[in-house]
Design a protein around this ligand. Structure first.
Ligand SMILES: C[S@@+](CC[C@H](N)C(=O)[O-])C[C@H]1O[C@@H](n2cnc3c(N)ncnc32)[C@H](O)[C@@H]1O
Length: 312
């Protein structure tokens, strides 16, 4: 980490002076999925795409050469990805070989992920029990619980087990289950922390968008719980930046260019897909709020970012 600080300082200084180079990358490697989540518009049923390891390697090199040093692999479901006998762990190894400092994966935890080579595992959890299943399908929560516990009881691939962060997306189906989800994570011996997002109304999922006043109320609750010691990954300034006023998020300059995106069709963009879909004013991605507060020089956000991205 210490060796990375000069690069990070230099990147930040140049960003303050107006240079827009990515520091992190999100690469979608497939859009095939084993769930049909109500809030999701990423998975593809009729003609799913899956990249080859060679294509992913070349995309990683492109991102690294653009300045990025952290990568998140996304799908679709990463544990369905194959290229011959290669699996998601070979993709993670390729990122480390190229020089990325830290690699995170997002999974729905329906398949075992023990022994993952990732530095951080994000598990999508949209509530407890029936709330999660209502959005993700019957039995999904039980499979998640089992695979998360198996992962935390397994032998680490590296020196230590990567942290497991659950990623909850709050919408009008699960908003009443937020407190229960926070209590569950706090009590869990297997989950390290929780990251909170709000539903972003992509096409055909607009009906799940949460009433702005309710979003603001939940943000108040999250800040109170965080101050009470709950393991909530969002920072207080990041949460405040996700508040809504007059039908739009209070943070209008989200600095989303900190991350560049490569989608499953291979298209490359310096902006999140929310931009192309015209939903930035109702963005619910925690990263939007965190990037906003990063550039307000929030010490809490800078410290949280460094902690999040440490290499295992
Ligand atoms: C597209 S999914 C793919 C990864 C994996 N299959 C999974 O379910 O975790 C990645 C993350 O995006 C979140 N997501 C999907 N649709 C969203 C939306 N409309 N607004 C906010 N987050 C969303 C999911 O809940 C999940 O945590």
């Amino acid at each position: 980490m210490l060796r990375q600080l000069p690069y990070l300082g230099w990147w930040y200084l140049r960003a303050l002076l107006g240079r827009k180079a990515p520091l992190q990358s999100v690469i979608f490697i497939l859009d095939r999925c084993n769930l049909r989540c109500k809030h999701c518009s990423v998975y593809e049923l009729s003609n799913p795409r899956s990249k080859t390891l060679e294509q992913i390697r070349s995309e990683l090199e492109y991102c690294y050469n653009a300045g990025s040093r952290y990568v998140d692999f996304e799908g679709g479901e990463l544990y369905l990805w194959r290229d011959g006998d290669k699996t998601i762990d070979d993709v993670i190894d390729a990122a480390h070989e190229i020089g990325f400092w830290s690699v995170t994966i997002t999974t729905n935890a329906q398949l075992p992920f023990a022994g993952s080579h990732a530095d951080q595992v994000w598990v999508s959890m949209d509530g407890i029990g029936e709330y999660h299943d209502e959005i993700r399908g019957k039995g999904a929560f039980a499979r998640l619980e089992k695979n998360v516990a198996d992962f935390k009881r397994s032998k680490p691939y590296g020196k230590t087990l990567p942290p497991v962060c659950v990623n909850m997306v709050i919408n009008c189906l699960n908003e009443s289950n937020v407190e229960a989800a926070l209590d569950y994570v706090k009590a869990s011996p297997y989950i390290d922390n929780i990251s909170i997002n709000f539903h972003t109304p992509f096409k055909e999922t607009e009906g799940l968008f949460l009433d702005p006043d309710r979003r603001n109320e939940i943000i108040d609750l999250l800040i109170a719980r965080k101050r009470a010691g709950y393991p909530i990954m969002n920072t207080v300034p990041g949460l405040n930046a996700m508040r809504m006023k007059d039908g739009r998020t209070v943070c209008t300059d989200k600095r989303c260019w900190v991350t560049n995106f490569i989608f499953s069709d291979g298209s490359r963009s310096p902006k999140c897909m929310g931009y192309t879909h015209g939903v930035c004013d109702r963005c619910g991605f925690s990263m939007g709020g965190e990037m906003c507060s990063l550039f307000k020089l929030s010490p809490a956000t800078i410290a949280a970012g460094l902690k999040l991205r440490r290499r295992i």
